[in-house]
Design a protein around this ligand. Structure first.
Ligand SMILES: [Cu+2]
Length: 376
């Protein structure tokens, strides 16, 4: 299980007294981490067929980065891969030059190079980090991990468990299907859908939770393309946060999680002994993970209530400005031409020369059925 154990491997928090970027004030706690990206032998099946993944600190997922609201996260990134890389902190409202977008907010970190990421985290929630250079390949090879920001309210949970899901594509030898990386067929269809679900890097892991307590489950979808659907043996699941933002709690019997998305559940463990979760986006439901409900050593947790983080209601939308953004393309042939880097090109050359299959916004006309039709 991803736990505090990894967290203890990192140096203790220190106090920032030096001059820091604009948004960072002095006397904030600094959480120090080191992430080294490197090729790592890894075996997906028990027979031990070795594969090589690209991982942070030789582990999948990468180490949990954890901080408290208003701390500063400082990460020394070392790139031991044989190609450039950067790290993006997904969902963090970040300082521009810490956002990890190569060529836009920073130069790519070259093989053998290092980069210091240092940024404040001002909102408690569930986030994640991942490589942001040739993302379609570097994330698929394993370069990602969870980033959790807590505040004082999180102490109330008896259990706080990260559920980071990935949808790997393996070949028949249970090795990463590297041939399909960059497949133009996938790019022009629904993306690179996998065939091997892992939760925190494992097949059907089990976690203990305390009986008659509250558990917070933090779901993260690190897949390339699969919209993961979770259902469970519970009658219903209470969603308390979406994409790192507290929401008015609501109940679902199933929820979808797109690539990059996060959802936090609040579970009250009453008289049940196990709770199973399933991934149900495919034809057959897959067992995802199990919670084993154990008798707690404390017997005082029966009646307590839990106080959740306040949430912001959506503002009232009066006279909104409507922008039409039309997306088209893909293998179904409804994009004839589009602009790429200010040059108008036909679909064939966009696909063959630039590997671009999709475009936003064309000259289009609203039809009677309220759909849009492209004029070109
Ligand atoms: Cu991202």
């Amino acid at each position: 299980m991803l736990s505090r154990r990894e967290f203890l491997n990192f140096s203790a928090a220190t106090i920032a007294l030096t001059s820091l970027p604009n948004q960072i004030q002095s006397k904030q706690l600094i959480r120090n981490y080191k992430l080294t990206a490197e090729i790592t032998p890894y075996s997906f099946d028990k027979k031990g067929v070795l594969d090589s993944l690209w991982l942070y600190n030789k582990q999948t997922p990468g180490p949990v980065i954890e901080a408290k609201e208003n701390d500063i996260i400082r990460v020394e990134f070392v790139n031991n891969l044989d190609e450039a890389s950067t790290i993006h902190w997904h969902g963090i409202k970040n300082i521009n030059n810490m956002d990890g977008v190569p060529y836009l907010t920073q130069d790519p970190v070259q093989p053998g190079g290092t980069y210091i990421y240092e940024f404040p985290v001002n909102n408690a929630g569930t986030f994640w980090y991942h490589a942001h250079f040739e993302t379609w390949k570097q994330i698929s090879k394993g370069l990602y991990g969870p980033l959790i920001v807590k505040n004082h309210l999180d102490k109330q949970f008896d259990n706080d468990i990260i559920i980071l899901a990935d949808d790997w594509r393996l070949n028949k030898n249970y090795q990463l299907d590297k041939k399909s990386l960059g497949s133009l067929h996938d790019w022009s269809h629904a993306g690179r859908i996998g065939n091997w679900l892992t939760i925190n890097g494992k097949k059907f892991p089990e976690y203990s939770v305390s009986k008659n307590g509250y558990a917070r489950l933090r779901f993260i979808n690190a897949s390339n393309a699969r919209i993961i659907s979770f259902s469970s043996s519970l009658d219903n699941m209470k969603i308390i946060s979406i994409d790192g933002m507290s929401v008015e709690p609501f109940i679902q019997d199933k929820f979808n999680l797109g690539p990059g998305q996060r959802i936090d559940l609040l579970i009250k463990t009453d008289d049940m002994s196990t709770i199973d979760f399933f991934e149900v986006s495919g034809k057959k439901p897959l067992r995802a993970f199990r919670l084993n409900v154990n008798q707690s050593s404390k017997k005082n947790i029966l009646q307590k209530d839990i106080k959740l983080q306040p949430f912001k209601k959506a503002p009232p939308y009066k006279n909104p400005k409507i922008l039409k953004i039309h997306m088209q393309g893909g293998a179904m042939g409804n994009l004839s031409k589009a602009y790429f880097e200010n040059v108008e090109k036909n679909f064939r050359s966009l696909a063959m020369e630039d590997k671009k299959f999709w475009a936003f916004t064309c000259k289009c006309k609203k039809r009677r059925d309220n759909n849009f039709r492209c004029l070109e």
